[in-house]
Design a protein around this ligand. Structure first.
Ligand SMILES: Nc1ncnc2c1ncn2[C@@H]1O[C@H](COP(=O)(O)OP(=O)(O)OP(=O)(O)O)[C@@H](O)[C@H]1O
Ligand SMILES: O=P(O)(O)OC[C@H]1O[C@](O)(CO)[C@@H](O)[C@@H]1O
Length: 327
């Protein structure tokens, strides 16, 4: 019987628990013995590895976060600690490890795979940032987008009641994907992301005209990457002459009940990962590309820069275009 393990690393996402459940269920189904590594790479170093049972995953499919915890590990960046991690895996007879995480976690996984040839490593893109090259979707993004949508819809209620501008800061690390999709799907008037150059003078001309025509409130979505949320609030106060407030959504974007989409994606990602381990693939990341789940080389995923899809970016550029002037 083949022993395979799973761990979560980096920022948690809603859908990780659904992935853990599928991991246990499908591993048993395929005649494999599933193991959990608690607390990410930290737990791998500390030998927090234990056999998983059906009862461990009962009732967790609808819960956000991750039952087996996650971590960011400085120790794991040192090869001496990675050697300990490998010894721990061998001690439990583990021949395959599935890593749920972002590009940082995959860089770590790549190092581990280069340092041994008796264990297979499979990554599953899991980050709300949706910033991993080679995959069009990362687990947790849909739930995060829905958490943001709920927040913006609520803010719109009070913004319209008071006639204020709200500047809402959205996560995403260096990537503007969450901010852009949220702005497009919530009818925001402004969207500032690192991938699209913007000109506040253009916005000013447009917004003053809209105010003249009767617009009483504004919703602005700003990516955390720009680090200018407070300045934009001040800009609304001073240049648009409207009372303004700032909302930093923060970690509420990382939690909550996983959406149906994330539960289904977890199912497919894990199924593909276990199939790859069964076939003896040594080092890969499962990517979602044009409706298919494909195994790609870690180097083509973790070490390449993610670019937002051109069609989506084109929509982002429309924020400063004339049709937005009509109120
Ligand atoms: N170059 C590297 N070498 C070895 N390990 C690394 C490297 N980069 C990252 N890691 C490991 O992966 C862990 C997670 O990385 P990071 O904090 O960048 O999150 P991530 O996987 O990119 O996910 P997210 O961005 O969603 O939080 C790090 O704490 C570290 O243990
Ligand atoms: O939870 P932490 O360590 O504060 O990290 C926050 C970062 O993690 C993410 O939520 C996921 O990478 C980013 O969007 C955010 O910048």
């Amino acid at each position: 019987m083949k022993n395979i393990a799973i761990l979560c690393s980096g920022g948690d996402v809603s859908g990780m628990n659904a992935a853990l459940k599928r991991f246990v269920d499908y591993a048993f189904d395929q005649g494999m013995r599933p193991f959990f590594v608690e607390n990410g790479y930290e737990g791998l170093i500390d030998n927090k590895i234990s056999a998983a049972a059906y009862s461990d995953v009962a009732g967790i499919i609808s819960i956000g976060g991750t039952k087996i915890r996650t971590s960011r590990s400085e120790r794991f960046k040192e090869s001496s600690y990675r050697q300990i991690a490998l010894e721990n895996l061998r001690e439990h007879g583990i021949t395959g490890l599935v890593v749920l995480g972002g590009d940082g976690s995959f860089k770590g996984m790549q190092k581990l795979s280069e340092e041994c040839n008796d264990i297979g490593f499979i990554g599953i893109p899991s980050t709300i940032d949706n910033d991993i090259a080679g995959t069009q979707y990362c687990l947790g993004v849909d739930t995060a987008l829905n958490a943001i949508r709920v927040a913006i819809d609520s803010i719109r209620d009070t913004a319209s009641s008071f006639g204020r501008a709200f500047v809402i800061e959205v996560m995403g690390r260096e990537c503007g994907y969450l901010a852009l999709v949220s702005a497009l799907t919530s009818g925001a008037e402004m969207c500032l992301i690192p991938e699209v150059p913007y000109n506040l003078e253009v916005y000013k001309e447009e917004f003053l005209e809209e105010k003249e025509q009767g617009r009483s409130y504004f919703i602005a979505i700003v990516s955390e990457a720009l680090k200018n949320t407070e300045q934009i609030v001040q800009w609304f106060e001073e240049e648009i002459a409207i009372e303004s407030r700032m909302t930093v959504l923060g970690h509420i974007q990382r939690g909550g009940i996983p959406t149906v989409h994330d539960r289904l994606m977890a199912f497919h990602f894990v199924t593909t990962a276990i199939d790859a381990l069964r076939e003896g693939i040594k080092s890969t990341v499962v990517c979602y590309d044009d409706g298919m789940f494909l195994c790609k080389d870690i180097k083509d995923v973790a070490f390449k820069k993610y670019m937002i899809d051109e069609d989506l970016l084109a929509l982002g550029k429309e924020f400063e275009s004339p049709q937005h002037k009509q109120v």
